[in-house]
Ligand binder design. Structure first.
Ligand SMILES: Cc1cc2nc3c(=O)[nH]c(=O)nc-3n(C[C@H](O)[C@H](O)[C@H](O)COP(=O)(O)OP(=O)(O)OC[C@H]3O[C@@H](n4cnc5c(N)ncnc54)[C@H](O)[C@@H]3O)c2cc1C
Length: 295
């Protein structure tokens, strides 16, 4: 028997719907909440010894978890990794800190650059992994360095250039790196202007996005030269529904969970939308939301 407590707090058969903004997903065989980098290492080593797959979870805001769950170890870097430090213009956040919290702290320190991410409901680790972005800003614009555990569980520091950032992509995805801490290069700014910009972005989000509904944000990536939401709207799919999975009336780029949607329901709806949009416009909509679990 494996002593999971070597990797911090743990729960067996934890429903992942409790840990995703979509409120969808079956159980993780083991869910770990490490408190230190050493405990993250132990978690990975124990998973490997037990021949179980493992995955890192941030805030679960870009994930669609299978109804059968994840037959392995989910390592969540959350509250235990949420420190944000700012000293001598060096702004460093641990991977579990939330982007809105980091944006708020930057405002408090009078630093500009983080405003675009003030309404993205993910963690710093998830944001860097995904190169999250909004309102013409992306994580790659403000990241200075990233501290990661590589496949051999060595801790190393990568400069921004080594992260190979591109649209909703980073090298961390290719090489299964575990992001533990990120340094940002922000500029001194006027707190009133920073605050006004954050408020403006919040207003725009509240106006455009179904923030009162369970979702994982934009379901599809932006196809070159188009907007996914507009293509879906122009295909006549506003409010299109399969069981409890629905194209948001407010923003056609969002699939929302109207109550009891399953992963299967959401995937069925996604496939229908992809086909209908392709038939009408010849454009392939690629999923931005990541799927966790086995078919
Ligand atoms: C209402 C809403 C609005 C949104 N708006 C935006 C937006 O404007 N722009 C945007 O880009 N996204 C947006 N999103 C999507 C989502 O918030 C981002 O993709 C975010 O970066 C995901 O972070 P997370 O911590 O939730 O990651 P998760 O969903 O937990 O994970 C996403 C991926 O990152 C990996 N990962 C997480 N943490 C780490 C780590 N520490 N090390 C290595 N890999 C890690 C996971 O394994 C997974 O592959 C929105 C989502 C919602 C629900």
């Amino acid at each position: 028997m494996c002593d999971w407590s070597l990797a911090g707090e743990f729960i067996l058969n934890e429903p992942l719907k409790k840990h995703t903004t979509f409120r969808i997903g079956g159980p993780a065989k083991v869910m770990l909440f490490p408190r230190t980098i050493e405990e993250i290492r132990q978690g990975v080593l124990l998973a490997r010894e037990s021949q179980l797959p493992y995955v890192i979870l941030g805030n679960g805001s870009n994930l669609l978890v299978r109804d059968s769950g994840f037959p392995g170890v989910v390592i969540q870097l959350g509250r235990n990794f949420s420190k944000i430090e700012c000293k001598d213009n060096l702004f460093i956040a641990q991977a579990g800190a939330l982007m809105p919290a980091a944006a708020k702290r930057a405002l408090k320190e009078g630093l500009t650059g983080f405003e675009f991410a003030s309404g993205i409901p993910g963690s710093i680790g998830g944001g860097v992994n995904m190169n999250a972005g909004a309102y013409q800003g992306e994580m790659k614009d403000i990241v200075s360095f990233v501290r990661v555990l590589d496949r051999d569980l060595n801790l190393s520091e990568l400069k921004k250039e080594a992260m190979k950032f591109s649209y909703r992509h980073s090298k961390a995805q290719e090489e299964s790196m575990i992001i533990v801490e990120v340094g940002f290069s922000l500029m001194p700014g006027n707190p009133e202007e920073i605050s006004a910009l954050m408020e403006e972005y919040t207003k725009r989000r509240n106006f455009k996005q179904p923030l009162d509904k369970a979702s994982a944000g934009s379901t599809f990536k932006r196809p070159e030269g188009y907007f996914a939401g507009k293509l879906i709207e122009d295909t006549g799919l506003r409010g299109f529904r399969y069981k409890d999975a629905m194209i948001s009336e407010k923003h056609c780029g969002f699939v929302i969970n109207e109550g009891e949607a399953t992963c299967e329901d959401v995937l069925t709806l996604i496939h229908m939308v992809q086909k209908l949009v392709y038939d009408k416009f010849g454009v392939c909509l690629e999923r931005e939301v990541k799927i966790l679990g086995e078919e």
